[in-house]
Design a protein around this ligand. Structure first.
Ligand code: MN
Length: 281
């Protein structure tokens, strides 16, 4: 059977939001426009060289029922949790944190001449794993394989498979693909995607056409494809850089309250009660 190219379903302009203790972000998933892109709950893009936009950071806060994925392009984020884990995520590094039954942590961008740039993605956990043990996969930049193709395309593989190369993040329920893709001018990039999976691109540099039915898309934009077997991105005079992310939809009810995402209101109320009583996490 022929491989069916996916077409553009929608293209979304990120919205400015202020999050944490006063961090300016661009949010493209987790907004009124796009509440949920199953299994993805939130996508934030941070990029600033003005310390006032980011230095307040994200002081101590909880998570339950989800995974948070922090990918840094520039600058450094310090993190620390109440289980005793601590570290820093620098340029090119990724932290895939499975919060599971509960984590209480802080995430603090450091004031640096290069400022801060990167992304945070929230991936939902299926009902059976919402109360799983917390897990970190912290991957240094030099541990992320970068594929260099003959046409000049460069693909960093965080998780998933490209040209037979697997990314280092593993054992994730959503069976995700997470790629950082650069395509030079006058080139094209094709990636097979499981037919049942959701897939999006987040375009943050340059411009490209993300499907035959698509117009030329300039950053910052979230591109959501519809069903099919592969996605195809084509450049003209400009290069392009984007995140390409896919995952298996859960098709489960969601009850969402800030940093907690469960299946029912009762589970959210139980979580809030644990927080009040000091038994959370
Ligand atoms: Mn957090």
């Amino acid at each position: 059977m022929d491989s069916l190219p996916r077409r553009i379903e929608k293209i979304i302009e990120p919205q400015p939001v202020v999050e944490g203790a006063g961090v300016r972000l661009k949010r493209s998933i987790g907004t009124r426009r796009l509440d949920y892109l199953d299994p993805f709950l939130l996508l934030d893009h941070f990029a600033s060289t003005n310390p006032d936009d980011y230095k307040a950071g994200f002081p101590l806060h909880p998570h339950r029922g989800i995974e948070t994925v922090t990918y840094v392009l520039a600058g450094t984020v310090h993190h620390k949790d109440t289980l005793g884990n601590a570290g820093s995520i620098g340029a090119g590094d990724i932290q895939w944190m499975t919060a599971g039954r509960g984590i209480m942590h802080e995430e603090m961008p450091q004031v640096r001449p290069e400022g801060i740039a990167g992304f945070q993605l929230w991936v939902n956990l299926p009902a059976k794993l919402k109360m799983t043990k917390p897990r970190y996969q912290e991957i240094r930049s030099n541990e992320i394989p970068e594929i260099k193709r003959a046409d000049g395309a460069k693909i960093r593989v965080v998780t998933g498979t490209v040209d037979g190369i697997n990314g280092p993040v593993s054992g994730i329920a959503a069976d995700p693909t997470y790629l950082d893709v650069f395509v030079p001018p006058h080139a094209s990039f094709t990636q097979p995607i499981n037919r049942r999976h959701t897939v999006f691109a987040y375009v943050f540099d340059g411009e490209a056409r993300f499907a035959e039915n698509g117009t030329v898309t300039s950053p910052p934009r979230l591109v959501v494809w519809d069903g099919g077997d592969h996605v195809n991105v084509t450049t003209a005079e400009s290069s392009v850089r984007f995140l390409l992310v896919s995952g298996k939809p859960l098709n489960e009810p969601i009850a969402r309250y800030g940093p907690f995402v469960m299946n029912t209101r009762e589970e959210i109320e139980r979580t809030l009660r644990e927080l009040r009583e000091g038994t959370f996490g």
